[in-house]
Design a protein around this ligand. Sequence first.
Ligand code: HEM
Length: 341
Amino acid sequence: MLDFLRECMRKHEPVDIGKLAFAVALNQMSNTCLSQNVTSYESDDIGGFKTAVKTLMEVDGKFNIADIFPVLKPLDPQNIRRQAKAAYDWFDKVTEGFISERLKHRESKLPRFGDMLDSLLDYSLDNEADFSLVHIKTLLVDLFLAGTETSSNTTEWAMTELLLNPDMFSKVREEVSAIVGEDGKIQEAKILDLPYLNAVIKETMRLHLSVPLLVPHKTETEVKLGDYVVPKNTQILVNAWAMARDPSYWEDPVMFKPERFLGNEIDYKGQHFEFIPFGSGRRMCPGIPLAHRVVSLMVASFVYHFEWKLPHAREDMDMNDIFGLTLLRATPLVATPLPVA
Ligand code: HEM
């Protein structure tokens, strides 16, 4: 990532920060699962991944009239099922390719990668009836979907706020400088110990909640909640976005103020219900440690290694978002990296 940004700096080329963060988050995930990069920033549409993820986040977040009138289901009047199917088919094909490539590699008796895919295949060999290649494929697709746009989107919003607030940008840089080793590299192991950076990430997740209504849940039994009785099989949407802006919990709720997270214990691990960007309870996000690390490292790297020039005045920054399962910036954040003075 840094080499690419230095090249852009040399050529005075602007960078689509969200797209770059998406490519980095995707490769980070593919390296964990498959020990390989699956894309690069230059590749068109991030090798097809970006469109597939975007389509699924858009259609999964749409109000589907067929949920209210099931008789309409076969007609798919909003084209939701057809679009989702095309994107899932694309993902299935790509993921099947990764798995069959690995199976060939294992047959050839070359050294193992020892990564997540190898572990899943080992487990599947011993438990084929319960855990087949289809399960592995589904799990990989889930991880690629759940762990890419969420992380890149949070990074893009954090950078948007920092570029709009130069004092905050400088504070983050100053803090990160303290954990740069003699080789000039940010020491990853120390990245989570930076209180101000941490506060910036939390405040970004509060104000620009990546998954505003969390993932839809369904009651397995009838549930009593206060004075309400929720029948079995009801679809539940939790408006975490509204909770994170509720003025009875937050002072100046629509202002970006990382300081609100300094000197207190409020975090996103599902115990502070006014702030649940990763959900809460049994089905909350299992990717929190990874997400926190990846987003922190990207933001720290962008801020520490470069100055950034926007193509417009700060006041002209478009702060609108597009609603879907994830809350994306309506206008991609584009800026040109410059050398640090
Ligand atoms: C900033 C980044 C991320 C955000 C904001 C985020 C947010 C969420 C949210 C809100 C949910 C639904 C929770 C609920 O409905 O109660 C979820 C589920 C999930 N997330 Fe994340 N996530 C992020 C990154 C990741 C990463 C990096 C991974 C992969 C390692 C991941 C894997 C998952 C999975 C597998 C689920 C489904 C869990 C289940 O249904 O049991 N997420 N995430």
